[in-house]
Design a protein around this ligand. Structure first.
Ligand code: NGQ
Ligand code: ZN
Length: 463
């Protein structure tokens, strides 16, 4: 790792666009200088376009990239989230550690090329194909760690606690056999992963999968155990994604899922509430006030038919949010922001919904909010172009047809709304290292070949 410097005529700092910004970082990959209005020192390169903060991807199930596009057919008259989930389980049940590593490596390279510089991996395929723990219980998690290290993407590893098949401690199904841990075994897995994570600068947290999968007593014990290991570790949970889940939670507890969680768990800024699609007005106010981040996954939520998050109410309540690519039907940070804004336009019949009073440019407002929320959810210093944060950034190609000749804020709007799915990201640094140059990761070809081979094996084995 080496220190470096870059001069940017235009850079998006946490407070907004700045001109003539000198960026410098140290050998550990952290910014030591972010100075606007600077002169370009001799020998320092100038960025080829506007410099953006790297985007943290706050929700990923890496293996699902291997089945992206394979569930887009009608299996029955009533195709739904739940029938998709059955297909996904069949895929998850066949995955080997080597296939997981190949798919995750291919995915993380794609992420970097699309401007994501960090990922929160919500990792739940733990055991062998028969559902027995591997000789090393961390076998699958270590495959994820290796993929992230080889790609050069920042990682927050969130081993998933999964115990039941539905509310009220229903027994897990056959398709869930690779996910299941007793609480004590999960805490031992976290201990096992502490050193390997620390060794590569990854943050370790915990993800109780959902209120469907983790009964109340296990949730309490797991959180206490996590606190004993690291009292500031991030905690992510899927919540209130599907209407049926809300109805089942009410039938079980008399409460909606987010209300139940806020009453029974110490939800605060360490928490990421993934999806949180279905909240009533009181839940929105309370959840926003807790400091938790809403983990929005616009392309997956659209793909699975989840519903539309009420972003205006969440923003009005001061709620933090970020974006994740979740099942990876789309691996493009700009496109997630576009889809989020478009879902809001369709629901409210207004435009520029995610713009704020302080930031009328909608793409600028969205990037800054998503970087802030994503960094909080990641539990790593990845909150943008500021001293002490990781030197994670993307350079836009000022010559791209959607951008050329425009001023910097309009270039960002062109990138988010008008780049026609051709990425305008030309360079990416993660932790101060140049991981994408001229639009390509150095491992681009190998990552692609490994990904395709692993997917082919998985499909050919398909019963
Ligand atoms: C998951 N994915 O764990 O991969 C879930 C589906 C579930 C999303 N919810 C399984 N998008 O929620 O039970
Ligand atoms: Zn998920």
């Amino acid at each position: 790792m080496s220190a470096g410097r870059l001069f940017a005529a235009h850079a998006l700092l946490p407070a907004g666009w700045a001109r003539d910004v000198l960026l410098a970082w140290d050998g550990q990959g952290a910014f030591t200088q972010v100075q606007a209005g600077a002169a370009r020192p001799a020998g320092v390169a100038e960025a080829a376009g506007p410099v953006l903060p790297g985007m943290p991807n706050l929700h990923s199930h890496a293996f699902q990239r291997g089945m992206a596009g394979l569930a887009e057919y009608r299996g029955s008259g009533e195709d739904s989230f739940w029938s998709w989930r059955s297909l996904m389980y069949r895929f998850a049940c066949r995955l080997t550690p080597a296939q997981l590593e190949a798919i995750a490596y291919g995915l993380y390279v794609e992420m970097l090329e699309a401007g994501y510089t960090a990922v929160c991996e919500f990792h739940y395929v733990h055991h062998d194909t028969g559902g027995r723990p591997y000789a090393d219980s961390a076998e699958m998690a270590l495959a994820v760690l290796r993929a992230a290290r080889r790609a050069g993407i920042g990682l927050t590893l969130l081993p998933v606690l999964y115990q039941s098949g539905g509310f009220g401690a229903q027994p897990p199904g056959e398709g869930q056999r690779r996910f299941i841990h007793a609480t004590g075994a999960m805490l031992r897995l976290l201990e096992r992963l502490q050193a390997p994570c620390a060794g590569q600068g990854a943050r370790l947290g915990l993800a109780p999968h959902s209120l469907r999968a983790v009964p109340p007593a296990a949730l309490r014990e797991a959180l206490a155990g996590l606190d004993a290991l690291d009292a500031t570790a991030p905690i992510h949970i899927h919540i209130a994604e599907q209407e049926r889940e809300v109805a089942d939670c009410i039938a079980w507890s008399g409460q909606r899922p987010v209300a139940w969680l806020l009453d029974h768990a110490p939800v605060d800024a360490r928490w990421c509430l993934v999806h949180a699609t279905h909240m009533d007005a009181v839940e929105i106010r309370r959840a926003a006030a807790s400091g938790a981040v809403a983990g929005l996954c616009p392309s997956t939520e659209a793909n699975l038919g989840d519903g539309i998050f009420d972003l205006p109410a969440w923003m009005e309540a001061g709620g933090a949010w970020g974006v994740g690519s979740d099942s990876h039907v789309c691996v493009n940070a700009a496109e997630e922001l576009m889809l989020l804004e478009y879902s809001q336009r369709l629901a409210t019949r207004r435009r520029n919904v995610a713009a704020g009073a302080h930031q009328p440019e909608v793409a600028t407002a969205m990037v800054l909010a998503a970087v802030r929320g994503g960094a909080q959810a990641a539990g790593r210093p990845v909150a943008g172009l500021a001293v002490g944060q990781r030197a994670d950034f993307a350079v836009l190609d000022a010559a791209h047809p959607a951008l050329a000749g425009l001023a910097a804020p309009q270039m960002l709007a062109g990138h988010v709304f008008a780049s026609h799915r051709t990425s305008a990201v030309c360079g990416v640094h993660a932790g101060g290292q140049p991981v994408v140059v001229a639009g390509r990761h150095a491992g681009h070809e190998a990552a692609r070949a490994g990904f395709i081979a692993a997917r082919r094996q998985l499909i050919e084995e398909s019963p």
